[in-house]
Design a protein around this ligand. Sequence first.
Ligand SMILES: [Zn+2]
Ligand SMILES: [Zn+2]
Length: 377
Amino acid sequence: MNKIIWQAPGNGKIFDSSFYDINKTNSYMTTRSFYVLEFFIKMGKIKIIKIKDLEKQIKNYLINNFKSFKKNDSVVSHFYKPLIFYGLLKYIYIGNDKYIMPSFEGRKFVSEIKINNSTLALSYFFRATMEVMYPNDATPDVKNLYLFPFRIIYYYILKNGFITKDFIDYKIVFINTIADINNNIFYNLKNTSKNKKFRTWVINSLVDVGILNLKNDIYTLNNNIITLIQNEYEMNIDKMFFTWNDEIEFYDTKIITKNKARNQKLAKSCIERSNFKCEIDNNHFTFNSLSNNMYLESHHVIPFSMQNRVDFELDVIDNLIALCPNCHKAMHYGDSNIKTSMINAIYNYKNNFLYKNNINLNDLLYIYLNNTYLYKN
Ligand SMILES: [Zn+2]
Ligand SMILES: [Zn+2]
C-alpha cells in the first residue's frame, strides 16, 4: 500500500454555530465564513496573482462589512481555504490563469442566508459536502487518497445508525472499496494528530451547523438531513466510491434509459426550433442528414447530472440547445478558452431560462470549467 498522507484544510474550525445564528454573538466563526463567501460572490471571479493582495482585500471586506470582526484575527488563508474544502468556493483554470470563484452551491447558500432561509441554506451546504473529494484543492499535501469523505460518513450513519469518533480518526482514510467498510481491522495512522484535526475541525463544524449530532463520541445525522438524503439521493453504496467520470456516466445512462422516448422528442423539438442552425453560430455547416436538414445535436445547457442539485427541471426544452457536432464536442471536451467563449454565447442566448432559475454567467462558467458535471464518452 502506498503511504497515505493526510491533511485537514486551514487551521481550525470555520463554523461554530448554525446558519440561523449568523450575525448573533455566539456565531463569530460562522458569521466570518459567511462574509468571506459573500466577498467572493461580490467579486464574481478573481484572478489569483498575488495571494497577499487577495488576503488584504478579504480582510478589508471583513473590516467594512462584518461589524464584530476582530482586526487582529490571524491568517486570512485559514478563513477561505476550508470554504474551498467544503466545495463552497473553487479554483478554476482558464488558459494558464488561475481563478477563485464561488461554486453553484456557495452562491445559493449565501442568497438563502440573505433572505433568512437558513434551512434551505443548510441544504445547499449539505449538497456541497456530497461532492467533496480527496484529492482536494484545499489540501495540496494529501497523497494517495481518493475518496468522498462525507459520503462515506453519511452512508455509514444511514446504514448503522451512527459512526464513532475512532472510526473517523482511524478508518475513513483507509476505505477504498465497499469491503473496507465492513472490514474490522483498524489500521494505525502514524501521525494521528492530522486525523484528529480532520475530525475536530472539519467534522465538528458539521455538528455545529446542524448536519451531524454529537453525543458521547458518537455521531448521528440530523433528522432533516436524513429526510433530504431520502428525498434527493440514491445512497447506493456501489456509487459512493465512483470517480467523477463513472458518476456522470451513471446519470447519463439513467436519462437515456428512463426517459428515452421523451428525451428523443425533446431533442427533435429543440433542433426544429433552431431552424436547423447551430445556435452558437448559425453559419456553422456540417452535413445534411437523411431528413434533408443539416445534422445537429441537442445539448443540456445545465447538465442533467446536476438534477439533484437544483430545484428546477433540467430535462426540458428550455434547457436544450441545438449545436453542430463540432460545437457539441467542444462543450464537453474543449479547453477553458473555447468553453469560455461558447458559454458567453450560450448565456446571452439562454438568458430567460437561466435568469428565471437564478443562474448567472459565473455559475455557468463554474459548471463548465469545473469539469465535474459533463459526461465523457
Ligand atoms: Zn452535450
Ligand atoms: Zn456550431
